[in-house]
Design a protein around this ligand. Structure first.
Ligand code: GLU
Length: 500
């Protein structure tokens, strides 16, 4: 059996869109499922839009997502180079072959002429297809004009009638009317190959067996097939993936939210979660659960079962999946992933001691279930730092106007001022004593204690809150964290006699 060889062939013209990342991921899953080869090829012949920095970023983003390739610009391979700008001589050789056998011809039409032809066609309700004016220029004459320095493109000579069909693994048989396909440009007047030409040469020389790409390339496929025919090369099989849409059924764009893979990373989405989510975008493993590891997905992937209909990118579902993946991390891993976000929010120092890391682990473990993403953690951590008795809401003051509250607060402030190394156990003991001494219990007992420690009416359970602030108060942090006894002392200064 032939060995499966697939490729992802991005153009380095910008960031990696999640839609393209999904294409890369399906190629990777297919290669791994079949024990095949995954190739990365950089399609950088559009020199005006391509840049080295985008190529670097693409590679970083793909790696972050958890993809690896067996052949590519950075890892090498026997069928390289894997960058189109390094393959120009090869394309020239094939262009020559097509020209010499009469399967392609020089086209001297100027851009203005072509634009006029296009406009006229549109005005008379026809498809704007190149009419083939330069087809009839004799070869000798064309050569003379080229030698004289005239600018020309190279076009493929295509039949004017009939059909061309191919079987698409996702969409079944697709047929195109040749009347609607003009002679495609293979080589631009700059001498650089057009996408439709370079892709055929590369897929063929790199022995690609399956081309898996976005459905926006379907209309290119008949042009590529005609090029394979002209070169007597056998084409690969094709699978065109449907588009990734936003909830409003338009193509996923910035308006819908994050779309660059690096943005998801910055937002605190785990790569394993994005991987998991993207794999389910247009494909479903036989067992209908939502949480999958990369390895399991690679075992189960089935290209034949990929859906034809477009998929909707559901941010809520991605966030839910992210939450499930976060749960599977160790405390240290969670702390490490939380660190950049909390550092940026200036809650943590640049230099972290072991004690800082231990504290961070405790804080993250305690707060993580309240968020979907690491980027949401600073808002939660702020609740430990923000203690503003002067801004306490009136309704909270009102809640302290009970028989029990003033007595509880007084007793608690006395007790806490006499204790060293306050912690949750000591708090629990004090609460029992206060309960006995005042006869107050339940919410009437706990609520005033929460208010003196947080200046708020609700929040984190105190068994989590107390160790977080007590341990944090011992550390050197960019913004100091107040201990429980400091909080009690401070709040007493704000509560008037009438409050107590
Ligand atoms: N460079 C093309 C793109 O980024 C590749 C298309 C293909 O896979 O053939 O859209």
């Amino acid at each position: 059996m032939e060995k499966v060889r697939v490729r992802f062939a991005p153009s380095p013209t910008g960031f990696l869109h999640v839609g393209n990342a999904r294409t890369a991921l399906f190629n990777w899953l297919f290669a791994r499922q079949k024990g095949g080869v995954f190739v990365l090829r950089i399609e950088d012949t559009d020199i005006e839009r391509s840049a080295e920095k985008y190529e670097k970023r693409l590679i970083e983003d793909l790696r972050w997502l958890g993809l690896d390739w067996d052949e590519g610009p950075d890892v090498g391979g026997k069928l390289g180079p894997y960058k189109q700008s390094l393959r120009i001589e090869t394309y020239k050789k094939y262009t020559q072959k097509l020209l010499e056998t009469g399967k392609a011809y020089y086209c001297f039409c100027s851009p203005e002429e072509l634009e006029n032809e296009r406009k006229e066609a549109l005005e008379s309700g026809e498809m704007p297809i190149y009419k083939g004016k330069c087809r009839s220029i004799p070869w000798d004459e064309a050569l003379q004009r080229i030698e004289a320095g005239e600018q020309a493109t190279v076009r493929l000579l295509t039949p004017d009638k009939g059909n061309i069909s191919f079987h698409d693994i996702v969409r079944g048989t697709l047929t195109f009317d040749l009347k609607l396909i003009g002679d495609p440009i293979l080589v631009r007047s700059s001498g650089l190959p057009a996408y439709n030409f370079a892709v055929v040469i590369d897929d063929s020389l790199m022995q690609i067996t399956h081309v898996i790409r976005g459905e926006d390339h379907i209309s290119n496929t008949p042009r590529q097939l005609l090029t394979y025919q002209a070169l007597s090369l056998s084409p690969p099989r094709f699978a065109h993936l449907s588009m990734v849409m936003g909830k409003d059924n338009t193509r996923l764009s910035k308006r819908h939210g994050a779309i660059g893979v690096d943005q998801f990373e910055k937002d605190g989405i785990l790569s394993s979660a994005l991987f998991n989510y993207l794999a389910l975008l247009g494909w479903a493993p036989p067992e209908g659960k939502d949480i999958w590891a990369k390895k399991e997905l690679a075992e189960l992937f089935n290209l034949e079962k990929v859906s034809r209909s477009s998929s909707i990118f559901d941010y809520d579902k991605l966030h839910w999946i992210n939450r499930q993946h976060i749960k599977n991390l160790s405390s240290r891993q969670k702390a490490q992933l939380a660190y950049p976000h909390l550092r940026e929010a200036a809650f943590l120092p640049e230099k972290m001691s072991d004690a800082h890391w231990r504290w961070l682990e405790m804080v993250v473990e305690g707060l993580i279930e309240r968020v979907d993403r690491f980027s949401d953690l600073p808002t939660q951590v702020a609740l430990l730092f923000d203690f503003y008795p002067s801004e306490m809401k009136d309704e909270i003051r009102e809640e302290l106007k009970t028989d029990c509250a003033p007595r509880i607060i007084k007793l608690f402030s006395e007790k806490i001022s006499h204790v060293e190394n306050f912690d949750y156990d000591k708090f629990a003991m004090m609460t029992q004593e206060i309960k006995k001494e005042t006869g107050c219990k339940g919410k009437g007992l706990y609520h005033p204690l929460r208010v003196v420690l947080t200046a708020r009416g609700s929040g984190l359970d105190l068994d989590k809150f107390i160790p977080m602030v007590e341990e944090g108060a011992k550390l050197k942090l960019p913004k100091p964290l107040k201990s429980c006894s400091q909080r009690v002392a401070e709040i007493l200064g704000f509560l008037s006699e009438s409050d107590l």
